[in-house]
Design a binder for this molecule. Sequence first.
Ligand code: DQA
Length: 148
Amino acid sequence: MGKILLLNGPNLNLLGKREPGVYGNETLDRLEQDMKALGTSYETEVSCFQSNHEGELIDKLHLANEDGTQGIIFNPGAFTHYSYAIRDAVAGIQVPVIEVHISNVHAREEFRHTSVIAPAAMGQIVGLGFKGYELAFYALVDFEKGRG
Ligand code: DQA
């Protein structure tokens, strides 16, 4: 049984209410339930965590490195664009991280075009809505198979 962590950063608890024209109408709870169900069909436990606090996200990344987590699907929210501390945490763990953004950050404000985290991640998926999380899941499961 594999183990994947779904990690969401600041303001993503407001999904469904927050700028629905950009982020859609679905809630974080919906996303987490769907990802858990997807995990079950691949005999993979998907554990979910969301925080608005940088340090809590960093602690979770460190913990995932110790508890047998095989991959992390991570939407760091606005921390993407400036958190060197989160980038260092991603670079400092062995667990592969796929960075996901619901919106197409490249079609938005200039400050969203840069990710300080992406260079430390295994890959990045942007602009595909909730589908991006699902695709990241498949990539991590495949990657683990290839490794195992
Ligand atoms: C986001 C994009 C970020 O620029 C923004 O700050 C978010 C959400 C996305 O999923 O599209 O909070 O990460």
